[in-house]
Design a protein around this ligand. Structure first.
Ligand code: PLP
Length: 361
């Protein structure tokens, strides 16, 4: 099996697993308990919070642990700031569907054919009572990196909170991105930590209402016993992802470029590479005349890739990202996303192109 779907999920790193193990078995206390076992778990959470804060350049009290990116996105788009939200049309479903539940309502920000959210498009989507702008740092289908610096200036000038889904942005400088935003969302399983882990980071002074009512956890803003082992693993993975990000990015870029060169050589103008200003680890292709069930054929031939976002791959609907970029319904159903990880090898790339060529033939 060749796995080129690291944007869907990653395996857990050995170092991450080792850090988690004690909290799954022997050191199993509830961090809210006041006895020694609880205090030990609470200490682990507090150290993890400090590690996450250090990796992002924020205060530990600005970090709220969640069950992953979907919860962080929902929480942000429903409960941050006041007034209407302006939400880019290429956001992950967790933001777009969450926005429908925002009491004050929301407006869509259109994108360019390359998937870029221009500062002008943001400005024209703003209403007098817009209090929140949601623009992801990098798109999960195309890898397009959005101009958050310019967008953050627009928001600052107008006193609007900028929230960014940074789930796919671990190859970028997360300290810089966090510095530009009022809040960011992160997910553990995209960065070699377990599924069901992540965080919403909200800067001091930004209004945040609770989404999950319950206990007093996370400064009484997010009820639920903390996933101690998951939090410990997430912190180790985030610290490592940022420390090694230039090396990982260079590795992915070399392989992504090799992949795209080979694909261009094999298919010429029968294939289009979607998106502009892209992350180094994602390649989204649309074939001019893709055979039916291409993904299933690739799967049978041993190649694991996605048709856009993994979480909507059971749906026969066209990709909302491709539609927002102006593609036809047919084209928006036939995209294939290849995404590369730190374990990906040149051998796998060459083999993947061979499989792709045979399946398209
Ligand atoms: N946001 C983006 C951009 C994603 O790619 C994903 C996952 O695919 C999510 C949010 C959801 O994260 P999680 O799977 O941790 O709920």
């Amino acid at each position: 099996m060749i796995y080129l779907d690291y944007a869907a999920t990653t395996p857990v790193d050995g170092e991450v697993l080792d850090a988690m193990m004690p909290y799954l078995k022997d050191d199993f206390g509830n961090p809210d308990s006041t006895h020694a076992a609880g205090r030990s778990a609470a200490r682990a959470v507090s150290e993890a919070r400090a590690k996450v804060a250090e990796a992002l350049g924020v205060n530990p009290l600005e970090v709220y642990f969640t069950s992953g990116g979907t919860e962080a996105d929902n929480w942000a788009v429903r409960c941050l700031g006041t007034g209407r939200a302006a939400v880019s049309a290429v956001e992950h479903a967790a933001v777009l569907e969450g926005a429908k539940l925002r009491e004050e309502g929301f407006d869509l920000i259109p994108v360019s054919a390359g998937g870029l959210i221009t500062p002008e498009a943001v400005c024209s989507a703003l209403k007098p009572d817009t209090g929140l702008v949601c623009v992801m740092a990098a798109n999960n289908e195309t890898g397009t990196v959005e101009p958050l610096k310019e967008i953050s200036e627009i928001c600052k000038e107008r006193g609007i909170v900028l929230f960014s889904d940074c789930v796919q942005a671990s190859l970028l400088d997360l300290r810089e991105l966090t510095g530009l935003c009022g809040a960011v969302a992160l997910s553990g399983h995209k960065i070699y930590a377990p599924k069901g882990t992540g965080a919403l980071v909200v800067k001091k002074g930004v209004k945040l209402r609770p989404l999950i009512a319950g206990g007093e956890q996370e400064r009484a803003l997010r009820g639920g016993t903390l996933n101690v082992a998951g939090i410990v693993g997430f912190a180790v993975a985030l610290e490592r992802a940022q420390r090694e990000r230039q090396r990982y990015a260079a590795h992915c870029k070399t392989l992504r470029d090799l992949f795209e060169d080979k694909v261009k050589a094999a298919f010429g103008d029968r294939v289009r590479m979607d998106g502009e200003n892209r992350l180094p680890n994602i390649s989204h292709l649309t074939f001019v005349s893709a055979p039916d069930a291409l993904l299933a054929k690739l799967d049978l031939a041993g190649l694991c890739v996605s048709g856009g976002a993994a979480c909507s791959s059971h749906s026969a609907l066209p990709s909302h990202v491709m539609l927002a970029m102006g593609r036809s319904e047919k084209e928006a159903k036939h995209g294939v996303r290849f995404s590369f990880g730190k374990e990906t090898t040149e051998e796998e790339i060459l083999q993947a192109v061979k499989i792709l060529t045979e399946c398209i033939k």
